[in-house]
Design a protein around this ligand. Structure first.
Ligand SMILES: [Zn+2]
Ligand SMILES: [Zn+2]
Length: 343
């Protein structure tokens, strides 16, 4: 089968390769991939600043149909419409595995990074990671389950009450999903972006987000202060991975506010205003990926039409059109791009 393979670390080195069709193990299922989303981490991997076990087939946000199940699998059958968690291997013994926090297991191996992923015709998943699609969730939406699970995970890190004012910094796919999940809590949500994010800010409004602010044109400080009697925002989600956004977020928060870091920075060490954290008694929390407990809620949010993940999909390409997909992501034309396999 044809697969999009990261052949070696470093910039680029991503090629369509003819590989053996994978065989299903006894506790695994074989999935015919329908759609597979390009994640920010795939872009980082392509550009060489995210480490994967090369060579590996990239792709970890996917939907598909089960075509074969292993001998120990009774929960699924060929024809089932599914998506899968990215977890392919965990130790099962560490304190994080004991509590289902697989995203924190040091031995975890994920699809599309350490194990062959979904930018191919078929992908193998372990049965424990697989979820059947609810009736109202189509294959395009289902390919958004993983990023939505990440958004759900981030939102559960905060305590959000009805009427809270929440700022989401960065209107990328994760930011727009976080904003939609926060809306379900009855909060007032402000999404921020730059002039280059025009399309994304328009999408935020289309999705019913209360305010979409271009911080190069509007005074965000004024917007937040006017909505909060001058106190500042209750919660900030940083979904941009930008140093300037972090410091802006610390500025916009009220005293005792909650800051959730979701975006990944190009460099791991960044200058932040620690004084703000101390003097305002800000709670700062990191959110990494997603865990099993985020998946059924993510599917339910789409099934009940509380989150419109499909609306973020602006482009579809086949896996051999990577260069074009990369181009529309980098130049800001796209919000979410899905790839489909080729024969
Ligand atoms: Zn992802
Ligand atoms: Zn573990």
């Amino acid at each position: 089968m044809k697969a999009l393979v990261k052949k070696e670390l470093g910039f680029g080195n991503l090629e369509i390769v003819d590989v053996e069709e994978p065989e299903v193990g006894k506790d695994q299922v074989k999935i015919l991939v329908k759609y597979s989303g390009i994640c920010g981490t795939d872009i980082h991997t392509y550009e060489g600043h995210y480490k994967v076990k090369a060579p590996v087939i990239l792709g970890h946000e996917f939907s598909g149909e089960i075509v074969e199940v292993g001998e120990n699998v009774t929960e699924f059958k060929p024809g089932d419409r599914v998506t899968s968690e990215t977890t392919f291997y965990i130790c099962g013994e560490c304190i994080y595995c004991q509590t289902g926090d697989y995203n924190l297991c040091s031995s975890r191996k994920g699809l599309g990074t350490q194990q062959n992923g979904s930018f191919a015709k078929y992908v193998i998943a372990r049965k424990e990671s697989v979820h059947k699609l609810p009736e109202q969730v189509d294959y395009v939406s289902a390919a958004m389950t993983e990023p939505l699970a990440c958004a759900h995970h981030a939102v559960t890190k905060a305590t959000i009450k009805e009427g809270d004012v929440v700022v989401v910094l960065g209107p990328g796919p994760i930011g727009l999903l976080v904003a939609q999940v926060v809306k379900t809590y009855g909060a007032t949500v402000i999404v921020t972006g730059l002039s280059t994010d025009k399309l994304r800010l328009e999408k935020a409004k289309e999705l019913g987000i209360d305010y979409a602010v271009n911080i190069q044109q509007e005074d965000i400080n004024h917007v937040v202060k006017s909505l909060t009697d001058g106190y500042g925002a209750d919660v900030v989600f940083e979904c941009a991975g930008a140093v300037s956004a972090v410091n802006m977020g610390l500025d916009l928060l009220k005293k005792k506010g909650q800051f959730i870091q979701v975006g990944i920075f190009a460099k791991s060490e960044i200058p932040i205003n620690s004084e703000k954290i101390i003097q305002k008694e800000i709670t700062m929390i990191g959110s990494r990926s997603q865990k099993p407990a985020d998946w059924e809620p993510a599917l339910a949010l789409m099934n009940e039409k509380k989150v419109n993940a499909k609306a973020l999909v602006t482009h579809q390409f086949t896996i051999d059109q990577w260069d074009e997909a990369y181009r529309v992501i980098k130049n800001g034309e796209a919000i979410k791009v899905l790839l489909t396999p080729i024969d």
